[in-house]
Design a protein around this ligand. Sequence first.
Ligand code: PMP
Length: 435
Amino acid sequence: MSHVLHRAARAKPPTAVRAQGLVIEDKEGRRYLDASGGAAVSCLGHGHPRVVEAVRHQAGTLAFAHTGFFTSEPAEQLADLLIGQAPAGIDQVYFTCGGSESVEAALKLARQYFVETGQPQRRHFIARRQSYHGNTLGALAVGGNMWRREPYAPLLMEAHHVAPCFAYRFKEEAESEEAYGARLADELEAKIRELGPETVAAFVAETVVGATAGAVPPVAGYFRRVREVCDRHGVLLILDEVMSGMGRTGTLHACEQEGIAPDIMTIAKGLGAGYQPIGAVLFSRRIMEALLAGSGAFMHGHTYNGHPVACAAGVAVLETLREENLLENVRAMGELMQSRLDARLGQNPHVGDIRGRGLFRAVELVADRESKACFDPALKLNARIKAEAMQRGLMVYPMGGTVDGRQGDHVLLAPPFIVGPSDVETIVERLGEAV
Ligand code: PMP
């Protein structure tokens, strides 16, 4: 038996030994085309020489300098690069070790902001039912994936949940998109009023819903209304772009496409691109000024935060995205992938929807195309499709999520941004066979 506790505790996965470009190879010499970027992580593909060299160089120059004593050049440089491209009003960065910790830090930052500004009673968080924000206890509390939460209930902090915004079948039939977005923003406002606006700290949402629902964009106008509701009640808006950020949807941040800026934003995954574990919380000057005028410190901090090698990897990733013009490829290959998926799977009686933005796409599986009824969760359909795909040398990211009490299956595609047209063909063909 392996001494490593694997994700599926009873089954040892293949042993990965090397990777280059789009392909990971295991110990038996089997090769897997990485169509999921792991879990939407590897945005540059594997073994990118520029990032490898940046990591090697930094490890040999200054591998670690505790942030209680020092800052480092890579951390300062990465913060400058991020702020130079951040949504309006955002001008501070706090580095973390990954996505969950970024969400955790975002929640704490929101709470501390209100403590520093004399509103300690603002402690409630509102989030959305169909969402994933990470595996730490605070992130689980705002997350809406019930089966992940259940084993740990009661959670240390309870959050309140409203409906997510799905730009597809979960809206009521006769409703226009505009009316749907407005109804959900009204629901958020009603929840704020019910709790008492003076007690609410923040609303937390993924800009494009990732792991629990499969690359679901919001309807146009929804986030603008959400922004107005938050502003009306002095509630902070936290956008979680751990999965949808860093270019995945075709712009550096997914919220650029919604025409709004959050007060706090979380990123991770693509920032380290798989080369280093790193995440970040980006936040507004207003929050920073409150910290400076108050206690003068953010009461957070993990030993490895702001790690120089991780920050050097982040700098190389951001520079590569720009210099290789990769976001343009994300948009072009994303469109191609959507049209090839539509052609290959659009008529399948068990495909309910194919959707997404950029290289963040998902195929949803349904028992019945007309009613969109979900498959029995006991079938573990998404896990079986993953296994079928692995046998065909293809990595896809499977998820089953609970949508307002219903189980759903989908398969997420989030390949590195270096994919070309023939890779897209191969991915779609192998996935088609697996389905
Ligand atoms: N937020 C979102 C939107 C995510 O998709 C994830 C990871 N799937 C996380 C947070 C947690 O990130 P990590 O796994 O790096 O802790």
